[in-house]
Design a protein around this ligand. Structure first.
Ligand code: ATP
Ligand code: MG
Length: 336
């Protein structure tokens, strides 16, 4: 029987700024893998975004390849999904320029990530950091994505992408699909282990603040052991218990237990036992990813081949949208 139902298009990206954290995994990457069977998915390593903060070139190159391998290791199949590196597809930068001209200065200035990252990198508040959201809009709109799996921190950027798309469609004619955010429930916002009022970030310079997907089991135990909590010594989800709430959210994601069940399990037990259990559940969850990653990294030629094919497939789709956009804004197009 012919399957005429069109699959939804899904697009998401991650910056190769460091090894992904448990936050990236539970908030975004885990959904990427689970969505890939039923949707038409494209996933990118966002190296163009990464240079909005200063990067060491050799390190960036290495981290980009490693991030690509990790995407395969989390279970993305490069035959089934399009997995590519953003700078390998020039249409992203081209569409981003055009969208810059359809985005208001005031809109971009309101983005909280711009404010946060400007504060963190006060010596390098560059124009790229400011226009980051228009590049992200280009990433999404190029592929006519219906859904964008993201952590809660990217919601504001996605709303801006929708606004830009609606504006462009309104000025010309329907050109872009209006994308919807897909934010998983638990894990949407994993917090720092050292300051549970801030989100866990892979570019956080304090190694104790985040768990990386490639940390050893011992590192993971140590990091959870030193996680900041409170003095109540009771495992329960409540306002003002940011540290424990965060650990409960992580444990819930890794075990599938709800908060009531977790409170029951640790009734009468101290934080020490709870932290250890959280650590073990995380280790168990990421072990298969680590095993696959090290296996893949022993065959760099294979990874390169996948990236080259991914770039070709992405570029083919991106080009269709970009040519349409160029025609609509009035660029003189000549046959090549
Ligand atoms: P950086 O510090 O370099 O910005 P990051 O950890 O914020 O790194 P990104 O590459 O910016 O990671 O984002 C990749 C994906 O991970 C996005 O979908 C983002 O929403 C999600 N994400 C990032 N941090 C968290 C978090 N703490 N909890 C849940 N999801 C997150
Ligand atoms: Mg980020």
């Amino acid at each position: 029987m012919e399957n005429t139902e069109k699959k939804a298009r899904v697009l998401s990206a991650i910056q190769p700024t460091s090894v992904p954290t448990l936050g990236n995994y539970l908030g975004a990457l885990k959904n990427w893998a689970s969505m890939s069977a039923d949707n038409d998915c494209l996933y990118a390593v966002a190296d163009l975004h990464a240079i909005t903060v200063r990067q060491d070139p050799a390190k960036l190159r290495k981290q980009t390849l490693e991030m690509y391998a990790l995407l395969l290791a989390i279970g993305l199949d490069p035959e089934e999904s399009v997995v590519f590196v953003q700078s390998h597809v020039p249409q992203h930068a081209e569409l981003a320029w055009i969208l810059n001209c359809y985005t208001q200065f005031g809109e971009a200035a309101r983005m909280t990530q711009f404010k946060d990252k400007s504060a963190k990198h006060a010596d390098n508040i560059n124009v790229g950091l400011f226009s980051y959201p228009t590049l992200m809009a280009a990433d999404i709109l190029l592929y006519q994505a219906d859904y964008v799996p993201i952590g809660a921190d990217q919601k504001q950027h996605l709303e801006l992408a929708r606004d830009i798309a609606e504006r462009f469609n309104g000025i010309y004619s329907p050109t872009f699909t209006i994308p919807n955010p897909y934010i998983g429930k638990a894990g949407a916002r994993v917090m720092s282990l050292q300051d549970p009022t801030k989100k866990m970030s892979k570019s956080d310079p304090n190694p104790k603040a985040s768990v990386s997907l490639l940390d050893t089991a011992d590192d993971i135990r140590k990091k959870f052991k030193s996680a900041v909590t409170d003095s109540e010594a009771k495992v329960r989800y409540a306002d003002g218990k940011d540290g424990i709430n965060n650990l409960m959210a992580i444990y819930s994601c890794c075990t599938g237990l709800d908060y009531d069940a977790i409170e029951k399990e640790f009734d009468g037990k101290g934080y020490g036992d709870f932290k250890l259990a959280v650590a073990e559940s995380v280790i168990e969850n990421i072990k298969p990813v680590q095993d696959k990653y090290y296996e893949l990294m022993s065959d760099k030629a294979y990874i390169e081949k996948c990236a080259a094919e991914g770039a070709m497939k992405a570029s083919y789709i991106a080009n269709k949208t970009l040519s349409k956009v160029m025609r609509k804004v009035g660029f003189w197009q000549i046959k090549k």
